[in-house]
Design a protein. Structure first.
Length: 364
């Protein structure tokens, strides 16, 4: 049976991309010649240089703070471009010299050998939604830092709140009643308290924007189905949907590895040992799943909020979510009976939760 020939590039191009400079290296597979050039970050200049190389050409650069705009530009110009996962790049253990030119050369060689593990290039809309989620995540960190600064300021003066849970309405009223005789201390307190209020207001604005987008966007169907699982709030589901994007490129078995939730392993001969989770892959989704997995330790009694989410989903999604909730709680009970360390047990439950999320996300 005739098979179409596999198109293989003649020139493999590695780009070391920075905010103010780009270093390119092209490796000609036929002659072994290297083409090296220092470029500006202008996509047009980069594309013109790539077009001058012996074709067909394939390009790769590492995922990083410069984002995916260059990859989209090159793809639109008809140039095959990949974005490499930095954590999956093979690096020589004895190589202690690092320069932009050597990095570009290394990428070109890995591309030539077919040793690049690429990441999915998000659409402009997906990247914008992802930035919204990450802005909320950053705001969460800013708010926690501001709260800690204010708490420690009062603690150093022996002032502690005993009125119940902190950062509630009652706690805020108590904070407003604090006054100090020394002007310097009063100013410090006022600024610290104001920082908490500003961060909280910013978080609330971002939550409102996320809720509106979750209710009416390309991600809404997936978010609705993911909400059938305990611990998967609208914010969590929206974060997972925007970070992963195309769920069909994964499987129930591969998603745990993709998110760094599988245990490390060292096997040699007849010996086999496993350690903690690898922590590679998407950090944001891994954190969301780790936090959500703790919810499955509690007794499983579907409440008003969960049932409201079920009402918005299809019967198939409700049934699968209910099955997943039962299974995940049963897993927690088994770990507790065996007196498994909670942190280790939760990582295992998070890994299985990821698979249940995948099964709901790809459900038609």
């Amino acid at each position: 049976m005739w098979e179409a020939p596999v198109l293989r590039q003649r020139t493999s191009v590695g780009l070391d991309v920075h905010a103010r400079s780009v270093v390119g290296c092209g490796l000609d597979a036929e002659t072994g010649e290297l083409f090296e050039r220092r470029l500006t970050p202008d996509p047009g200049e980069i594309a013109a240089w790539i077009a001058s190389l012996p074709g067909p050409v394939k390009v790769v650069y590492e995922a990083g703070p410069t984002g995916y705009a260059l990859a989209r530009f090159l793809l639109a110009a008809g140039i095959v471009c990949m974005v490499a996962a930095p954590s999956k790049l093979v690096r020589p253990s004895g190589d202690r010299v690092k320069t932009d030119a050597r990095d570009a050369r290394h990428l070109a060689r890995l591309l030539h050998l077919g040793e690049i593990v690429e990441v999915a290039i998000p659409s402009v809309g997906q990247e914008a939604a992802r930035d919204l989620v990450r802005a909320r995540d950053d705001c969460r960190g800013d708010l926690m830092a501001a709260q800690h600064r204010l708490t420690h300021l009062l603690l150093r003066r022996g002032i502690v709140y005993y009125g119940g849970h902190p950062w509630t309405g009652a706690h805020q009223l108590w904070l407003r009643q604090q006054h100090f005789d020394r002007p310097a201390l009063q100013t410090t307190f006022d600024e610290a308290f104001d920082a908490v209020l500003v961060a909280a207001a910013r978080r609330d604005r971002l939550d409102t924007a996320i809720a509106a987008m979750a209710a009416d966007s390309e991600f809404t169907p997936v978010i609705t189905r993911l909400g059938c699982l305990r611990g998967i709030s609208t914010l969590t589901a929206f974060g997972m949907a925007t970070e992963i994007g195309d769920w069909h490129r994964l499987t129930g078995r591969s998603i745990g590895n993709y998110l760094g939730l599988v245990p490390t392993e060292y096997s040699s001969g007849a010996s086999r040992s496993q350690g903690g989770i690898t922590r590679t892959g998407n950090t944001h989704v891994r954190r969301l799943l780790i936090e959500a997995a703790w919810q499955h330790r509690k007794p499983y009694r579907p409440g008003v909020t969960l049932r409201r989410r079920w009402d918005a989903a299809s019967p198939a999604a409700r049934a699968r979510g209910h099955e997943g909730n039962q299974r995940l709680h049963k897993r927690w009970m088994g770990f507790d009976q065996r007196k498994k360390r909670p942190v280790i047990a939760n990582a295992a439950v998070a890994r299985e939760l990821a698979a249940w999320c995948w099964s709901l996300a790809v459900l038609d």
